[in-house]
Write a protein that binds this ligand. Structure first.
Ligand code: COA
Length: 141
């Protein structure tokens, strides 16, 4: 997904060991971490992770993605729905995310769930000499 150079704030997937530790931390602490599995293979995820500072303890930061083969089949909506249910159960008060302004599919999904655009970070990313604005969205729980 990172190598598509279009949707995520990475150009390569982060090293697997660090990712495993991150996921393990979420699961152990009961933070939302949902995966979609097809034929024994993980094809998508949605997590809502803490921001590592006490003053942001009421907030979770959302990330998600699906393999291209599994997009636009309703899986993303189910993943984020489950993650938000868990966020409510965890008594989080606010879920935040950053989305590239060009990513209309993701923005439509978030808006349909009540996320509100709170601002735009201009030219926030630069990929292959192309600047991308990033929209900050948040949902009050
Ligand atoms: C964004 C993403 C997670 C959405 O998941 P998905 O499974 O493809 O989406 P769904 O099929 O569940 O559709 C959910 C909603 O997305 C929106 N949507 C889906 N396809 C769309 C399209 N082609 N154009 C505009 N909106 C679209 C609609 O609001 C849709 O709701 P509806 O079907 O009730 O109308 C997925 O497409 C993806 O992984 N994209 C690449 C990675 C990415 O963008 N991650 C998010 C970074 S912030």
């Amino acid at each position: 997904m990172a190598r598509e150079r279009a949707y995520l704030g990475f150009l390569e997937g982060p090293p697997i060991e660090g990712s495993r530790a991150f996921w393990r931390g979420l699961i152990d602490k009961g933070w939302p971490f949902e995966v979609a599995v097809d034929d024994g293979r993980v094809v998508g995820w949605c997590d809502i992770a803490p921001i590592d500072r006490p003053v942001f303890g009421h907030i979770g930061s959302l990330g998600m993605g699906l393999l291209p083969s599994h997009r636009e089949r309703g899986i993303g909506r189910r993943l984020i729905g489950s993650a938000l249910d868990r966020a409510r159960a965890c008594r989080l008060e606010r879920v935040e995310l950053h989305v590239f302004a060009t990513n209309l599919r993701a923005r439509r999904l978030y808006e349909s769930l009540g996320f509100v655009a709170e601002g735009t970070l201009r030219r926030r990313a630069k990929i292959d000499d192309r600047y991308l604005d990033e929209v900050v969205m948040a949902l009050a729980l």
